[in-house]
Design a protein around this ligand. Sequence first.
Ligand code: UDP
Length: 424
Amino acid sequence: MAYKTRGSVALISVHGDPAVSIGCEEAGGQNVYVRQMGEALAERGWTVDMFTRKSHPDQLNVVKHQPGCRTIRLEAGPQTFVSRDRLFEYLPKFLSAFQTFQHQNGTIYPLIHTNYWLSAWVGLELKQSQAIRLLHNNHSLGAVKYRTVTTVPMIAKTRLQIEKQCLEQADCVIATSPQERDYLRSHVSTKGNIEVIPCGTDTQRFQHQNSTALRQKLGIRDETKLILYVGRFDPRKGIETLVRAVGNPEVQHHQNVKLIIVGGSRSGEKDSQEQNRIRAIVNELGLQDQVIFAGRIDHEHLSAYYTAADLCVVPSLYEPFGLVPIEAMACGTPVIASAVGGLKFTVVHGQTGLLVPPKAVDELAHAIDYLFSHPRELHIMGEAGRHRVTTQFSWPGVADQMDQLYLTQLHQLCNKFFPGQFVS
Ligand code: UDP
């Protein structure tokens, strides 16, 4: 479809570089979301510049993804990986680099769409100095996340303040699920404008294929009962709960059970502590022959894993949305997920998979045992999952909703400065 030229938008994602490889420490759903949203909006006629922090001297300053969509890396702090809990001090440099970029290119972005609280700070500062509409996605909420961790970082107070300020002052905060909207209202502020627009996935890339052929390609035997985990190594992802559930007698009484863990850097990067911890648990339980650490797999090759698996488990302690379940469901694979956050929205208990309490090893083992014992139900759930994703979470539908939101915001901005001349 041909769309008219819409306008310019800056998608700001300080720590989630949309042009890097996904699945390692700190590169996950936000990177995928920003990149896919940027590309889909460019296809709809927006000129999209995605701003992120340069984190390695070899990185290009500008990466062109497709006409009208590029990643721009700004210099702000050391050109090396800095964990998100330590990035706040470099934000003034990021802001000033962004303003310099605008100045040098003779551009002012009327729409600024920020991602995660660090970028929200940048957006709130810009709102004070130029006429913009500020839209924001949290991706993760401090108010919820800090309830699930044992050590709260020093930056927590600042983060909570900025998340509140952003909800109250941004023109629109985009919640990716009704659950996130409710959390925002109950845990952050009763003020501010919230729209619910879910995350999407590419249902062409993620679709059911011939699983026998894919299993052969991946070296997985037909009789294997295959459980899949995909995601980063981060304690909040709950991989420990899954490994312990696999070691539970309820799962072990099935023959040929294997767990593939996809994700994580291959060596020496920042997630090695959690990787080593999980490997130690696998050894402690004597599961070395049953657990395969596949490492990071390119996004475009993941559908083979989802399709080959009998079920995908998302054992997170907290998950604002979670792309992995919708990718798995798009491939026709049922999902067992923790009953937290956006997972309660994407996974329909009893229809597209099962929901279990977080950190509950026995309940998770029971759910795995149940689905392995009921192959017909497993199959029906797989089909229902694919249907749910194609009807609710495919990128074209999701991007159309964002396109409409941007248009409305742009009209409101124009009406503010030229009252009565624009009709929304
Ligand atoms: N991912 C990937 N390769 C990997 C591991 C993960 O491409 O080896 C992708 C995965 O397909 C998903 C994203 O990383 O799109 C993780 O997003 P999710 O929202 O599930 O979790 P987050 O990382 O945001 O916590």
